[in-house]
Design a protein around this ligand. Structure first.
Ligand code: FPP
Length: 241
């Protein structure tokens, strides 16, 4: 087994899992019920709460949720406004509960284009929860992996190793690589989410629409993950022998 694979597997055991989720299907969930898309986002926020509880119960140590991509600005203004309203509301509402449960909340993505009320709620939630050591919950808002990579390239002043680049990419709050990336709603693409950090992530696609996603769905995904054989480019120790 190569040194890099040893590092990967032993680190995973020590630090617990990093699970990332592309929460997709809110619009279709609403359309199927004759409701406006925004109703899907509101119910989707409840699925976020369930998933966080499921993550804590199953020992996940980092959970990154894709809430708003840089390309989501192309949506109708009313939908964008409702999403911003939901982000602010839940950040304000949940931050205290997060501290009680040992959840550290951080936001990834650009902040300069967000309404100031959302930015203030983010900063307050990050400050309040900064000591959380049970689960690192990262919400991606106005996020693009390619933009994040380009920004990081702009900071490079000397040749870097992959590990050094990873550290620079997430220099605000260090984070491990993604172990399991889940996408709901049946779509099978990465949509500019955590492209560098997911280099060796196991991908799991489910047809469940995000507002219906619950703790049981998370467990099914985790079981599928644990049944996978992660070799990081190497071969089985037994085969090598
Ligand atoms: C994708 O479904 C979902 C989003 C772009 C928004 C995700 C937001 C939430 C789950 C709401 C609250 C979040 C937090 C963190 C409080 P889609 O609208 O693309 O669905 P579709 O593909 O069926 O149209």
């Amino acid at each position: 087994m190569r040194q890099s694979s040893l590092l990967h597997s032993s680190n995973t055991m020590q630090r617990g899992l990093h699970v990332a989720i592309i929460m997709d299907g809110n619009g279709r969930w609403a359309a199927a019920r004759g409701l406006p898309r925004t109703a899907g986002h509101r119910v989707g926020a409840e699925a976020v709460r369930r998933t966080i509880q499921g993550a804590i119960a199953s020992g996940i140590t980092t959970l990154t949720l894709y809430a708003f991509s840089t390309d989501n600005w192309k949506r109708p203004v009313a939908e964008v406004n409702e999403l911003m309203r939901l982000f602010r509301l839940h950040l304000l509402k949940e931050a205290r509960q997060c501290t009680k449960q040992g959840i550290r909340l951080t936001i990834i993505g650009r902040r300069d284009r967000l309404p100031s009320a959302v930015r203030m709620a983010m900063e307050a939630a990050e400050a309040l929860t900064r000591r959380g050591d049970k689960l690192h919950l990262r919400i991606a808002i106005d996020y693009s992996a390619r933009e994040a990579i380009l920004q990081t390239i702009g900071k490079i002043t000397a040749p870097l190793s992959r590990e050094e680049f990873s550290a620079l990419l997430n220099s605000d709050t260090p984070v491990s690589e993604v172990d399991l990336l889940i996408r709901t709603s049946g779509e099978q693409r990465l949509s500019d989410f955590l492209l560098w950090e997911s280099a060796y992530a196991e991908l799991y696609f489910t047809k469940v629409l995000w507002p219906d996603f619950g703790q049981q769905d998370l467990l099914v995904a985790l079981n599928a993950y644990h049944a996978r054989d992660r070799r990081f480019g190497s071969i089985q120790a037994a085969e090598a022998a």
